[in-house]
Design a protein around this ligand. Structure first.
Ligand code: HEC
Length: 148
């Protein structure tokens, strides 16, 4: 009787260990995945930031479809006010050169932001966001940090 009881409790312990191991593997996996850049958010919220005219500034789309900066966007089709699905998918790939998921210092966040607000000292396209409170800058940041 004593023997049997011992055996079954060690089975129970083994089962617990297995479950715990499985749990920590799952957790490790989701941690490794970390924040992800969301395509729908990019298309619906981020692309409009690139298209918007800011007082005293040229629109991002005007320069970044033609210059050789590391940040490149697909040119708009003639007469189009925005990108189509295929172009947006391409933009989503291209922008990943300057947007590192979960990384607040991503180029896309630092470069067009005013230096006194924590941005870079010089951008050929000027300091388009005067403060981190700018709603468009916040849209960019939320997306980089993985918002859906
Ligand atoms: C008047 C043209 C112009 C406009 C408008 C413009 N940019 Fe730029 N941008 C440049 C040039 C030129 C460079 C490359 C030289 C430099 O780093 O300034 C650049 C570089 C960049 C880079 C790459 C930085 C790096 O070194 O990795 C990012 C990111 C960027 N711009 C974001 C933006 C965003 C976002 C907007 C709109 C809010 C914007 N730019 C508007 C001209 C422009």
């Amino acid at each position: 009787m004593h023997q049997i009881k011992r055996a079954s409790s060690s089975v129970a312990i083994a089962a617990c260990l297995l479950l715990a191991a499985a749990g920590s593997v799952r957790q490790a996996n989701s941690q490794a995945a970390g924040p992800q850049l969301d395509y729908q958010t990019f298309k619906e919220k981020v692309e409009p930031v690139f298209l918007k005219k800011r007082e005293g500034h040229t629109r991002c789309v005007v320069c970044h479809t033609v210059n050789n900066a590391p940040f490149h966007l697909v040119p708009l089709s003639p007469g189009a006010a925005t990108w189509n699905e295929e172009q947006s998918r391409q933009n989503f790939q291209l922008v990943q050169k300057v947007a590192v998921p979960g990384y607040e210092d991503s180029r896309i966040l630092k470069h067009p932001l005013a230096e006194e607000a924590g941005g870079d000292p010089h951008h050929g396209g000027a300091q388009q966001f005067g403060s981190q409170n700018d709603p468009d800058w916040q849209t960019l940041k939320a997306w980089v940090m993985g918002a859906k």
